[in-house]
Design a binder for this molecule. Structure first.
Ligand SMILES: Nc1ncnc2c1ncn2[C@@H]1O[C@H](COP(=O)(O)OP(=O)(O)OP(=O)(O)O)[C@@H](O)[C@H]1O
Length: 471
């Protein structure tokens, strides 16, 4: 391999001059440690401006206290490449600094040491590289985890129906909010579309090409919340990934993190979240250092945070910090103009999905409008999907008995004796029953997930997971 090329028109090339002007800090010494060449930047880095160095050796410079240790001398002694931090003395105007040097030996044909060439980087450059490296690592871990995370998520929100004046107002406001980077707090009953709205904000923000990370704070067991949100270092706790892991905030770097059910965050975590919002820094569990994270926060809750503040269940300072831009999404029963367009949207979606062509009876439309929809749009989605599947003919006839109790629902499946056509596989029948039962429990408990979970005898996080699975 040839490393040096000379052409007709660069015969006068003077390599010494090029080395002297090089951006890199370069020092060449001979086998007796005499200085042969300094690049201008090396002179600056070692603070030797104006010093007469002709005929001087590295020993002389060390004797005069310019620096304390030399990788060039180490390299001469060990006859191999050596690296290390070299502390450079301060002066009246400049404080002591350090450079990272690497010295490489150059041997002649007989294996005798001829020169040592030393390259170095100063502190500022090293800090710059360290920061770049950290960002690179962050991005690498981010993208590694994102694919895993996204694959676990339910499908995207698809078409967003906004026929009512109140939803149109919300969406208009969202378009404005999207452009700013402020924290947003979305409130509204379960299933009204808080996540849909937060995705809309992200999709219309300058961060739209970055990741959107939805997190259901209520579904994460209390003792794991910190590790999930902020990540953890090696050996932070038993059962953890032995290499440590980035948290969801790091995953959302440059994008948006959607903190759903923020009211379920334990108080200890609330103060940590407040710190993150104030400083833009997170600290992995078990770590000592803080890391900068640039994630826009959109939070949501179906609880009354103000009341929680008065009861001491939610930090007042966090509430005010989150409540910079409050958005209230009305329950479906208060925006009836959305009911029929939503019903048709879901009907079309499920007809397409199952390759069917069902229609809704006139009676159904009236019933949909009269119903109070305690589970809001999620409930509607489930009802329509269910009727599309279980209606044998082409016309769907949906009716509701709002007075029906959950306990009655257990034995009161509509239709024939068994309640479902026998053509439905057992798994679908069981899923359908579970869905109805959960809906009935939610209806009985006025949409409160905590109460419904109690009635059903399952943990709140378990119920959240079931609801998410159901759509
Ligand atoms: N305006 C809308 N247009 C179309 N679909 C909607 C709309 N609003 C909600 N949905 C659908 O309803 C379901 C529930 O919405 P979403 O998950 O956003 O509600 P949520 O308020 O975040 O619920 P929770 O509080 O339980 O997390 C989803 O399947 C969503 O796609």
């Amino acid at each position: 391999m040839k490393y040096f090329y000379q052409y007709e028109d660069n015969k006068d090339l003077n390599l010494q001059e090029l080395l002297i002007e090089s951006f890199d800090n370069i020092l060449i010494t001979d086998s007796k440690a005499r200085i042969v060449l300094f690049s201008k930047n090396m002179v600056k880095a070692l603070r030797l401006d104006g010093v007469d160095i002709s005929g001087k050796t590295i020993y002389d410079l060390i004797d005069r206290g310019y620096y304390t240790k030399s990788t060039a001398l180490e390299c001469m002694k060990l006859r191999k490449q050596c690296s290390g931090i070299v502390h450079v003395a301060g002066s009246e105007n400049e404080k002591e600094t350090a450079v990272f040097s690497t010295s490489t030996p150059i041997f002649d044909d007989k294996g005798e040491l001829r020169y040592v060439i030393t390259n170095s980087r100063n502190e500022a450059a090293l800090e710059f590289y360290a920061r770049e490296l950290e960002t690179e690592k962050l991005n690498a871990s981010k993208y590694q985890d994102i694919s895993k995370y996204l694959s676990k998520l339910a499908g995207s929100s698809g078409e967003v129906v906004t026929n009512s004046a109140s939803m149109q107002k919300v969406m208009k406001l969202c378009s404005l909010i999207a452009k700013a980077d402020s924290v947003v707090l979305i409130t509204g009953e379960s299933g009204v579309g808080k996540e849909v709205v937060s995705r809309y904000i992200h999709d219309h923000s300058p961060r739209k090409d970055e990741v959107f990370v939805p997190v259901n704070c209520g579904a994460i067991p209390g003792d794991l919340v910190e590790a999930e949100l902020f990540g953890y270092t090696k050996g932070a706790f038993t059962g953890a990934n032995p290499n440590g892991s980035a948290g969801l905030f790091e995953l959302a770097h440059k994008g948006t993190i959607f903190l759903d059910e923020i009211g379920e965050l334990p108080l200890s975590m609330q103060s940590k979240l407040l710190r993150v919002i104030e400083t833009g820094e997170i600290r992995r569990l078990g770590d000592t250092k803080y890391r900068k994270v640039d994630a826009r926060i959109v939070a949501a809750t179906n609880r009354n945070l103000e009341e929680m503040v008065t009861r001491g269940e939610f930090r007042e300072d966090l509430f005010y910090r989150l409540n910079v831009i409050p958005l209230l999404i009305a329950p479906l029963r208060d925006r009836k103009e959305d009911i029929i367009p939503l019903a048709y949207m879901f009907l079309n979606r499920f007809n397409r999905k199952f390759g069917l062509d069902k229609r809704m009876s006139k009676n159904t439309l009236d019933n949909l409008l009269d119903y109070s929809w305690p589970g809001n749009i999620r409930e509607m989605r489930n009802v329509i999907e269910r009727y599309v599947i279980i209606t044998p003919g082409n016309e769907i006839d949906i009716s509701f008995d709002e007075n029906k109790k959950a306990s009655e629902n257990r034995i009161c499946l509509e239709g024939s004796q068994s309640g479902l056509p026998v053509t439905v596989p057992l798994k679908s029948a069981m899923d359908d029953f579970e869905r109805k039962y959960v809906e009935a429990a939610l209806r009985d408990c006025n949409g409160s997930i905590t109460k419904a979970a109690e009635v059903l005898g399952i943990h709140r996080t378990h119920l959240y997971k079931k609801l998410k699975k159901q759509g």
